[in-house]
Design a protein around this ligand. Structure first.
Ligand code: ADP
Ligand code: C5P
Ligand code: MG
Length: 223
């Protein structure tokens, strides 16, 4: 199953080569990581990176870095984030695509993306990439609210007013994307209310197909 998807992705990337969209030979494994704000996506992505050799690309982190870089889109992105709104896909897809092109890795966790149908369609049209599966963090709002208010990362959007807006955007725009992938049998749902360690125990099972590749990396690094 995983192999079939990887082949499909490779073929799609190859088709796009004449547009210079992606390097010709890159065989990519892409997993979309979705779930409400504060459900623990970033926390678990770090663990997956350490254990399975993926590169973590958080769309939110890339957008915040774009603001800091002094980009011409910076003010627009900042205003959207403060309002909990979804930044136009053109901007976000470009940032994700650039990060994938600059990476030497072929395994990516794309976290917090696609947030709406426009994100999903734009990524597919521009890169031709289909995700292998969707890692979905299921968490009630009450728990997410508690976590966000304790996050303490100085984020402009971790306040009750913006969080309320982000929850609404998640239900109205992001959940339909999860349902779309669910109808294709691609969603792997995780109970995100458990402890960080227990959540990761469940995630590990889904990443079993990638264990072999991690061992190869370890053996390689000894030589
Ligand atoms: P997301 O990326 O989905 O918005 P984060 O990974 O940033 O969420 O987690 C939000 C906050 O909740 C962080 O402060 C994090 O340490 C905490 N957190 C993450 N997972 C858990 C968990 N399973 N139990 C309790 N707190 C958690
Ligand atoms: O995923 P994260 O919580 O870091 O996202 C923070 C904010 O970044 C979102 O509320 C949204 O304003 C913006 N964002 C976006 N499009 C994405 C991901 C994040 O506009 N695909
Ligand atoms: Mg996050």
């Amino acid at each position: 199953m995983a192999t079939d998807m990887a082949e499909a992705t490779t073929a799609a990337v190859l088709e796009k080569k004449d547009n210079g969209v992606m390097p010709e030979e890159k065989k990519l494994h892409v997993i979309f990581v979705l779930g409400g704000p504060g459900s623990g996506k970033g926390t678990q992505c770090e663990k997956i990176v350490e254990n399975f050799g993926f590169t973590h690309l958080s769309a939110g982190d890339l957008l915040r870095a774009e603001i800091k870089s002094g980009s011409e889109n910076g003010t627009m992105i900042e205003n959207m984030i403060k309002e909990g709104k979804i930044v136009p896909s053109e901007v976000t897809v470009k940032l994700l695509q650039k990060a994938m092109q600059e990476s030497e890795n072929d395994k990516f966790l794309i976290d917090g993306f696609p947030r709406n149908e426009e994100n999903r369609a734009a990524f597919e049209n521009v890169t031709g990439i289909q995700p292998e599966f969707i890692l979905f963090f299921n968490c009630p709002e009450e728990e997410m609210l508690k976590r966000l208010l304790n996050r303490n990362q100085g984020r402009v959007d971790d306040n009750v007013e913006t969080i309320t807006k982000r929850f609404r955007v998640f239900s109205e725009s992001s959940l339909p994307v999860v349902n779309y992938y669910d109808s294709k049998g691609k969603v792997r749902k995780i109970d995100a209310v458990k402890s960080k360690e227990d959540v990761f125990e469940n995630i590990k099972l889904l990443f079993a197909p990638f264990i072999q590749e991690k061992e190869e990396v370890e053996v390689g690094s000894l030589n």
